[in-house]
Write a protein that binds this ligand. Structure first.
Ligand code: 6GU
Length: 266
């Protein structure tokens, strides 16, 4: 996979070059090029931003500089998916990570300040480029650099051959068909500071262990992320799943689980 990252803070991505990139490059999976957006400025101050049209606080990244930069990058190689982090965009999830792990080339454009001129993604979409804008969560960061680092790590670890043990990807939270939170993990010793590992995990009965973990995943997800339960496809639930969810107050008779209303409870 070929990755270009455009930023006004190229040093920010040293960390990617050290850990992620080091490992992936050693395996021949990934080539990351970090570009300084200011290399595409022509004025003495190398300015990349300006005040917002219509007024308001902060600065907005100028379209001309981004345009010059992205034109050059697009002319360079295989046609990429262009990813532009934006706190006001749809959420980046494991689904997007999986999808983007299959593309040949990614270009990430890191916005700073209050964001970038809205015509930038719109223009490249009009040119036939696959442009994606994503937020990584409901909180505010100073710029796209941290968001790109997070997205890139989520994508690159899915490249075939990146993980030592591909099984561990299948079992992780958010990945499987059902996208449940993962069960809790324990290692030895079986008793630590008076706290015991659940007995069933020590018994060696793999079917019981699987069921215990599945029940826990359902319970924890219902408690912490009920939105993920509500998104489950009920046809994928076995009898034991249904019993657990019903105990937790879900109606599983429809296409997706719904909360049994408090009125109905009484
Ligand atoms: Cl993609 N950018 C910024 N600046 N803040 C964010 C974000 C992105 N996602 C969540 N917060």
């Amino acid at each position: 996979m070929l990755v270009d990252i455009v930023t006004v803070f190229p040093e920010y991505f040293d960390v990617v070059n050290l850990s992620l990139m080091g490992k992936a490059r050693a395996k021949g999976l990934l080539d990351i090029r970090v570009r300084n957006l200011r290399d595409w400025t022509h004025d003495v101050h190398h300015s990349v931003d300006d005040t917002p049209v219509g007024g308001g606080a902060g600065m907005v990244m100028k379209p001309e500089v981004w345009g010059a930069c992205l034109d050059d990058l697009l002319a360079e190689g295989p046609s990429p998916v262009l990813v532009m982090p934006n706190p006001s965009a749809p959420l980046f999830t494991q689904r997007q990570a999986t999808e983007l792990s299959h593309v040949e080339r990614l270009v990430f454009g890191c916005g700073r300040y209050e964001g970038y001129d809205a015509r930038i993604p719109e223009y490249y979409r009009g040119q036939g480029v696959d442009v994606r804008e994503y937020s990584i969560g409901d909180y505010v960061l100073n710029g796209g650099e941290v968001a790109v680092t997070a997205m890139l790590e989520a994508i690159v670890r899915l490249l075939p051959g990146f993980m030592g043990n591909p099984e561990s990807i299948v079992e992780e939270s958010y990945t499987g068909r059902d996208a449940l939170l993962e069960h809790r993990q324990y290692t030895k010793p079986a008793l630590w500071r008076g706290m015991a590992v659940p007995d069933v995990l020590l018994g060696g009965d793999h079917a019981r262990v699987d069921r215990f973990r599945r029940d826990e995943a359902l319970r924890r997800t219902s408690e912490i992320r009920p939105d993920l339960i509500a998104a489950l496809d009920c046809t994928h639930l076995d009898k034991a799943d249904r019993r657990v969810l019903e105990d937790l107050g879900w109606d599983v008779s429809g296409a997706h689980p719904t909360r049994v209303s408090p009125e109905k409870d009484r």
